[in-house]
Design a binder for this molecule. Structure first.
Ligand code: HGY
Ligand code: MN
Ligand code: MN
Length: 364
């Protein structure tokens, strides 16, 4: 196993003969604050377990397992740092991005004992012909249908941004209500408007989950409030339209209250379709386990949407009991993990003997 310059863990399971094209299996190693135990890391562990299940058997293609170093975007506000390195998008702008302590991605990589200058060597191998990711669904769909496994057909578009409501601090006891430019009241009005807008557009989700108010004293009217916005939808156009409307609402609220508005887009990720052929193969493999597959769109973002820029990508979802994720109550059913592994073995055998996959191997 090696550690690449972006901190991704990487290991190669050789093919029956070399040289041979490779399939990549992986997911992310990081997670969110107060998280569950499965988001990301389950996919890495399942990739390793799948290789172990081969019992030393070799396939016509090699298998590279990747544990991505950073996918959530918690520390630096911008996600997919690990997988961007594999598609050549871990650029200087992102490397210069700083965390809350003023430490840049570049410095964090160096402090970890790696060399940012070697990031270009982390690129996905040119002989990669597929990327597959096992991941918990993180939502209620499979559990509500009583299904163990899902085949992801697309990953929703998402935008993450920060908005700043810039008002004026003043004394909480002496400033009459009609003379205030209260940044926290403005942000609060907008947060309710964001939720209301999303409720009115079926399938749209919009979340304000971080808020920071300055100066933050209980007897001082807030001068500056920074909030984050996360907007997602299965298509780019509706996501874009909703985002435009929400920003316009923020501007209208700020103007009406005599404030100004700052805004900064942290991530604008288009919706990404998974590879149709791999989706079909996954559904067939799920059926081979005796399970009924469910084809579905992922509301959560995944490294597969980044890898899809360079190689056909697809995902296998495992049921999330209770639909809970990004919380310690996140779980998986042991029998679903067993079914997913069985599905993975069927899938590898299907691809190893498939003429379409042979063609893709020849083109690699
Ligand atoms: O937030 C997400 O889309 C995922 O957890 N990275
Ligand atoms: Mn996550
Ligand atoms: Mn994840």
């Amino acid at each position: 196993m090696t550690v690449d310059a972006a901190g991704n863990l990487r290991a190669l399971y050789a093919a029956a003969e070399s040289p041979a094209p490779r399939m990549v299996l992986g997911s992310h190693l990081d997670t969110v604050p107060n998280a569950g135990a499965y988001d990301g890391v389950l996919g890495v562990v399942m990739a390793v377990a799948l290789l172990e299940s081969l019992g030393g058997r070799r396939l016509p293609f090699a298998i590279e397992v990747v544990g991505f170093s950073e996918e959530e975007g918690v520390r630096f506000g911008i996600p997919f740092i690990g997988s961007r390195a594999l598609v050549g998008r871990l650029d200087d702008e992102l490397l210069d991005r700083k965390d809350a302590n003023g430490i840049s991605v570049r410095t964090a990589i160096t402090n970890f004992g790696l060399n940012p200058a070697e990031i270009p060597r982390a690129m996905l191998s040119h002989d990669a012909i597929a990327y597959l990711e096992f991941h918990i669904e993180q939502g209620p769909v499979l559990a509500s249908l009583g299904r163990s496994l899902g085949a992801v057909d697309a990953i929703a578009a998402q935008t993450r941004m920060e908005c700043e409501f810039l008002g004026r601090a003043n004394h909480a006891g002496t400033t009459p209500m009609h003379l205030r430019h209260d940044a926290l009241a403005a942000a609060a009005e907008w947060i309710v408007a964001v939720e209301c807008t999303a409720h009115n557009q079926p399938g749209l989700v919009a979340t304000v989950a971080q808020i920071a108010a300055k100066p933050g004293a209980s007897n001082v009217i807030a001068a500056e409030v920074r909030v984050t916005l996360d907007v997602r939808y299965k298509s780019d156009d509706i996501r874009d339209r909703a985002l435009g409307y929400l920003v316009q609402q923020a501007q209208e609220i700020a103007e009406r209250r005599g404030l100004t508005l700052g805004q900064n887009v942290l991530l604008s990720q288009r919706a990404v379709a998974m590879d149709p052929y791999l989706i079909d193969q996954i559904q067939e493999a799920i059926r081979s386990t005796g399970c009924q597959p469910h084809r579905m769109t992922s509301g959560a973002g995944h490294d597969a949407m980044i890898l899809a820029e360079k190689t056909p990508a697809a995902m296998i979802f495992l049921r999330s009991p209770g639909g809970i994720s990004h919380d310690p109550a996140e779980s998986v059913e042991v029998e679903d993990v067993a079914k997913a592994l069985e599905c993975g073995l069927h899938l590898l055998d299907q691809l190893a003997s498939s003429s379409e996959f042979q063609k893709r191997m020849c083109r690699a």
